[in-house]
Design a protein around this ligand. Structure first.
Ligand SMILES: [Mn+2]
Length: 267
């Protein structure tokens, strides 16, 4: 019986700066299958031998009008079949249609959002569905009961207003302390949805992103946060990896490493 469905979402037309994250799902799969790393999570679980998850391949996203509806429908279908959904993006705009599905099934969902950016713009360059806006749409439609953001280091006055308006709980990167127990300190009870923007990490360890914002997490910080979660993780996305900006595929391997730990946590 499968517990988790993996889907790639090769979509980057809502990116405001560089294109490229549409290439990420395949590059992450290539890293996992390269022979450079094995398929074990750090718990020792061999994900390659694990039969409780399935890779459904990529959602075809070339039609910009229909892609969001398609993503929402695909995710809804998996949840109806009692599957948790783990997606590989894609730019961050995809989190809105995914949460449009989740919000209907999980009225008390807590999102833990890793990012350099709050992604709460009301609109950017006239696009309300920009990769800078998904969490504004999600909170307007009350698709989650709590939004907790970590890694943030780019708050401007507009986003500060949006944080206030939507009662977003932000732990800014400048205030982060290693070993901080998010679940305990913020009294999170779950279920949890994880949304991981690769640019939450410092560009020195993950250069393959569209927007550089130094001063972020080390890979180990993010792995520790994921591994220490005890609540039920019912869904997750890993977004904004941009292979066109990468150096020697190093960010592909970072994304693959995060993928292994997130998947192991969801099984
Ligand atoms: Mn970001």
């Amino acid at each position: 019986m499968h517990k988790v469905a993996l889907m790639g979402i090769p979509l980057d037309y809502n990116s405001s700066h560089h294109r490229g994250p549409a290439l990420a799902p395949q590059k992450i799969r290539d890293a996992l299958n390269s022979g450079s790393m094995n398929w074990c999570a750090e718990s020792g679980l061999d994900l390659k031998k694990e039969l409780s998850w399935t890779d459904l391949g990529d959602i075809e996203c070339t039609d910009e009008i229909l892609a969001f509806q398609k993503i929402e429908a695909m995710v809804t279908h998996q949840i109806q079949n009692d599957l948790k959904v783990l997606t590989l993006g894609g730019d961050h705009s995809i989190t809105y249609p995914i949460l449009s599905a989740y919000g209907r099934f999980y009225p008390d969902l807590t999102i833990i959002h890793f990012d350099a950016h709050p992604d709460l713009y009301d609109e950017l360059d006239g696009n309300p569905f920009s990769h800078a806006c998904p969490f504004a749409r999600i909170m307007e439609e009350e698709l989650a009961s709590r939004l907790i953001q970590v890694g943030i280091r780019t708050i401007n006055p507009h986003q500060a207003e949006q944080i206030e308006r939507f009662k977003v709980e932000v732990i800014e990167m400048k205030d982060w302390e290693p070993g901080f127990d998010i679940e305990e300190k913020l009294e999170i009870e779950g279920p949890i949805y994880l949304s991981i923007d690769i640019d939450a990490l410092d560009p020195s360890c993950a250069p393959g992103v569209s927007h550089y914002e130094p001063g972020g997490f080390m890979v180990r910080d993010v792995l520790n946060i994921i591994q220490n979660l005890s609540c039920n993780v019912v869904g997750a996305d890993i977004v904004e990896y941009n292979p066109k900006q990468d150096i020697n595929d190093m960010t592909a391997f970072v994304a693959a490493k995060l993928f292994k730990e997130v998947l192991a946590k969801m099984l």
